[in-house]
Structure formats: structure tokens, C-alpha cells
Design a protein around this ligand. Structure first.
Ligand SMILES: Nc1ncnc2c1ncn2[C@@H]1O[C@H](COP(=O)(O)OP(=O)(O)OP(=O)(O)O)[C@@H](O)[C@H]1O
Ligand SMILES: [Mg+2]
Length: 165
């Protein structure tokens, strides 16, 4: 069977719009959810992760995991695993035993996920964040697998709803 693929775009005019997207996706997240984030330095990967963490009920401060690589938090209903693989080689990443997180009881966000693409489960939601000036960001989403393709469809339906309403 062929893997379902979905695509969507989200234009953020300000950080609030990025928070709106993170909050929406957080409402759909469940144990095993994987968000693969990419985009330039300062594009907003950590900011998105912080909004997401807040939305799933993580208390306290979520820092950039650039130096710690993996940080674990308790959300209201499940753990949140926050990773930044910018500074690890593929070999090092392979030894971290990431599958325990990906297939664990929590939800995972990986910053710079494309660097370890071959270690990622096939089914995931990819988000590419792009600076388009000031606080504006273009967030391109690709959902791989039925669930995530469906999320992209929901985002697209929502955009249509916005225009009609
Ligand atoms: N629309 C927006 N969405 C997200 N962040 C925004 C937006 N507008 C401005 N910002 C700001 O841009 C910065 C993004 O930094 P952040 O650390 O999240 O980037 P990053 O992609 O994680 O970078 P790095 O690759 O260094 O980890 C933050 O200071 C954030 O407040
Ligand atoms: Mg970051």
C-alpha cells in the first residue's frame, strides 16, 4: 500500500499565528506523535516547540535543547520529548536510542530533523519554517502517513473556512 501524503501551508504574520498553529497541532497530538522541524537558524523552531509544550500543559520553562540534545518534560496527559540534533552526527544520534522516544508514551519534537532523516519513523509531520521578513514566517507542512496527512487536510479545510467566513 502506498503511504498517504498531505501538504499544507501556514502563513504566520506574527508569533501569535505560530502559537495558533502549535496549539492546533497540540490538540491533535497523542502518544507516539512525531513533529520533525526544519528551517534556518532563528526561524522559530524552538519558539514553536515552546508554544506546543505550553499547549499540552508543560509547566515551567522549555529551553532550546541545542546543548542537551534531548530534554523530557511532563505534559498534562503525556510526556513531551524535545530534541535538537543540530550538533550531533548521524552516528552519535544512532547511539542515543531515539526509537525509545519515538515509539514511547509521549510526543516528540525534533529540531533539525532532516539531519537524521534516516533514523526517523516514516510516519511523521514535517514542518519547514521560513523567515519571510520581520515576524512573518511561512510554515510548510508535510504529513506522511494517514494520520498526519489528515492533519494537513484539516489545516487546508480550515483555511478554506477562514476565507469563506
Ligand atoms: N512568527 C514567528 N514565529 C516564531 N518565532 C518568531 C516569530 N516572529 C518572531 N519570532 C522570534 O524569532 C525567534 C526564533 O528563535 P528560535 O530560537 O525559536 O529559532 P530556531 O529555529 O529554534 O533557531 P535554532 O536553529 O538556532 O535552534 C524567537 O526570538 C521568536 O520570538
Ligand atoms: Mg532552536
Amino acid at each position: 500500500m502506498q503511504t498517504a501524503i498531505g501538504e499544507a501551508q501556514w502563513r504566520a504574520i506574527s508569533t501569535q499565528d505560530t502559537e495558533e498553529l502549535a496549539t492546533l497541532i497540540a490538540s491533535w497530538a497523542k502518544p507516539g506523535t512525531l513533529l520533525a522541524l526544519d528551517g534556518d537558524l532563528g526561524a522559530g523552531k524552538t519558539a514553536f516547540s515552546q508554544f506546543f509544550a505550553k499547549a499540552i500543559g508543560v509547566q515551567g520553562i522549555v529551553n532550546s535543547p541545542t546543548f542537551t540534545i534531548i530534554k523530557e518534560y511532563e505534559g498534562a496527559e503525556m510526556p513531551f520529548y524535545h530534541m535538537d540534533v543540530y550538533r550531533v552526527s548521524l552516528e552519535e544520534a544512532d547511539e542515543l536510542g531515539l526509537d525509545e522516544y519515538f515509539y514511547g508514551s509521549g510526543v516528540t519534537i525534533v529540531e533539525w530533523a532532516s539531519l537524521i532523516e534516516e533514523l526517523l519513523p516514516e510516519e511523521r509531520l514535517e514542518l519547514y519554517l521560513e523567515h519571510t521578513g520581520g515576524e512573518e514566517r511561512l510554515i510548510r507542512l508535510k504529513g506522511i502517513g494517514e494520520t498526519y496527512a489528515g492533519w494537513c487536510q484539516s489545516l487546508n479545510d480550515r483555511e478554506v473556512g477562514k476565507q469563506n467566513g
